[in-house]
Write a protein that binds this ligand. Structure first.
Ligand code: NIG
Ligand code: FE
Length: 452
């Protein structure tokens, strides 16, 4: 099956030579193609180009097999390959070709949401009211609310109930444009319940067209039965949880909530070390509540990402420069908890890349709407629309190890895209905050209907 999208007003985030991520000044440059077509074959992006190069009688679509000659010899070889070996693939059987006319509409790569906790039971609006009345996130946590509240609810829920609730959330974010999502455990806080959460995530992988990356977050909070014995809980994470998660191959990454009132740098160090030995690379919560040292310990273990970063100073920026660790900002949590915002402008100006994710969870960010995150990036962090788009696509794809297949419009990448409603410019996406600008979702090369 092939899909041709024609008359695209603007094709966004086009890459001739795919890059793993975009950093610093380069974040303000976005490659686009106006009046374009995009061809999807199977689950991949096959080709794209300008409408002026394409003759498209609908029943007999002739796509441009021949491209303009380039001076680059490497390119010439590619073109030759396309003209010979791949030529047949570039002209799909019209019988099996679905043509979508996108006049007035734009095509974006799907959002990549690299940090969520979207498997959880119930909701926590009671704490939301406590917050309105003046309690802080940490005060609520100290009273046994917060993560411990969600852990109790998760314990009482069956796997089927958790799957059903999470699927509802996944369907919602999918229709809002998210095509790949990381999901953490962390509301289990016992061997049995952490494994239950991760098995739920594994089931979800089979039930949704959204690509899911699982992360083990055993050290999210200290459960009440370990109060005053935090070291024993860390030992449990290291000696029992990690080996069992690894034996069942339930997680790709390991996370720790390294922050004031949660887990120390030393504890994080021990847990990440154990996780690495079991093949799980670090991707951690750091510097949300204080200058916790989380960024430094993350970089020490070559974390794929360090996330939150509200408390980031010159020393932290210096430590991140030149590393493979993606600084990831979670605007939803900073907004919902009314915290200080991470110094994103300073980070980008220093040459760092920045990714953004929703942090979808019941306590600090009960929304997975990446369109809203895109708006927040511009409104609250003063990012340019171009920078914000990079942060929620290619950079967040990098932050979950997916950027070779997701996060941009490039030949051979997964066909995970969305078509917008008619919009005047791509900057309208962050500008018109609060309304849904996504009209058609295509994941793995298939048009997704809202009823799934
Ligand atoms: O990323 N900071 C730690 N964990 C989550 C919140 C989890 C919760 O409150 O349920 C976060 O904000
Ligand atoms: Fe989080």
């Amino acid at each position: 099956m092939a899909i041709l999208i024609k008359n695209i007003k603007e094709l966004i985030q086009v890459e001739e030579k795919p890059q793993p991520m975009v950093a610093g000044k380069a974040m303000s440059k976005l490659r686009t193609m106006k009046n374009a077509w995009l061809l999807i074959e199977g689950d991949r992006i096959k080709d794209f180009g300008e409408m002026t190069n394409c003759q498209l009688p609908i029943t007999n679509c002739q796509l441009p097999i021949k491209e303009e000659a380039t001076q680059n010899p490497e390119h010439e070889t590619n073109n030759r390959e396309r003209e010979t070996g791949n030529a047949q693939r570039a002209t799909p059987d019209p019988e099996r070709l679905e043509v979508i006319d996108a006049t007035g509409k734009m095509v974006f790569p799907s959002f990549c949401d690299s940090h969520t906790h979207l498997v959880y039971a119930g909701s926590r609006e009671v704490e939301y009211i406590d917050k309105i009345k003046g309690l802080s996130y940490e005060e609520i946590a100290r009273r046994g609310g917060g993560i411990l509240n969600s852990a109790r609810r998760l314990h009482d829920a069956s796997e089927d109930e958790l799957v059903e609730q999470a699927l509802g959330r996944l369907n919602e974010i999918m229709m809002l444009g998210t095509g790949a999502v990381e999901i953490k455990s962390g509301y289990g806080l016992s061997v049995e319940d952490e494994l239950k959460m991760l098995r739920v995530i594994r089931k979800l992988q089979k039930l949704t067209p959204v690509t899911i990356v699982p992360t083990f977050l055993g050290a999210h909070a200290v459960p009440s039965e370990f109060k005053g014995r935090q070291e024993d809980f860390v030992d449990l994470v290291i000696s029992e949880m990690i080996p069992m998660v690894s034996a069942e191959e339930l997680a790709d990454y390991i996370d720790v909530f390294c922050d004031r009132g949660f887990f120390t740098v030393e504890e994080t160090d021990r847990i990440l070390n154990a996780g690495m030995k079991h093949g799980m690379r670090a991707k951690i919560h750091a510097n949300e509540l204080d200058f916790s040292g989380g960024i430094q310990v993350g970089v020490k273990y070559n974390a794929l990402s360090v996330d939150h970063l509200e408390f980031t100073g010159d020393a932290e920026i210096e430590r991140l420069l030149g590393t493979e660790t993606m600084p990831t900002i979670l605007p939803g949590a900073a907004f919902f908890l009314e915290m200080a915002y991470a110094p994103v402008r300073k980070m980008i100006n220093a040459g760092l890349p920045v990714a953004m994710a929703s942090d979808f969870n019941p306590g600090s960010s009960p929304s997975g709407n990446m369109q809203f995150i895109l708006s927040m990036a511009c409104i609250k962090y003063r990012m340019l629309p171009e920078e914000a788009i990079h942060a929620v696509t290619i950079n967040s794809a990098y932050a979950m190890g997916l950027s070779s297949d997701f996060g941009s419009i490039a030949r051979g990448k997964m066909a995970n895209i969305y078509i917008t409603k008619p919009i005047p410019t791509y900057s309208y996406m962050p500008y018109a905050y609060g309304s849904n600008k996504v009209e058609t979702v295509i994941l793995n090369g298939m048009v997704i209907s809202p009823s799934i």
